[in-house]
Design a protein around this ligand. Structure first.
Ligand code: FES
Length: 63
């Protein structure tokens, strides 16, 4: 599933980045920047989905 269409990247790419964090928490802007190749969000439609993914990741890290 595509997460962002403005700077296209998929949920797979986000999950790969999150698992590469190796148990460390991360922030949304860092995840967006890495997955989009250093870009900033344009329309921001994807940010809610990205926020949920990062939140879920950070919860598992905190547990
Ligand atoms: S869909 Fe991600 S910034 Fe537009």
């Amino acid at each position: 599933m595509m997460v962002c269409l403005c700077h296209p990247f998929s949920d797979k790419k986000v999950r790969e980045h999150l698992s590469a964090k190796d148990g460390a928490k991360c922030g949304m802007s860092e995840v967006y920047s890495t997955c989009s190749g250093g870009n900033k969000p344009q329309c921001c439609t994807c940010l809610e989905t990205l926020k949920d993914m990062v939140k879920t990741h950070n919860k598992t890290v905190a547990a």
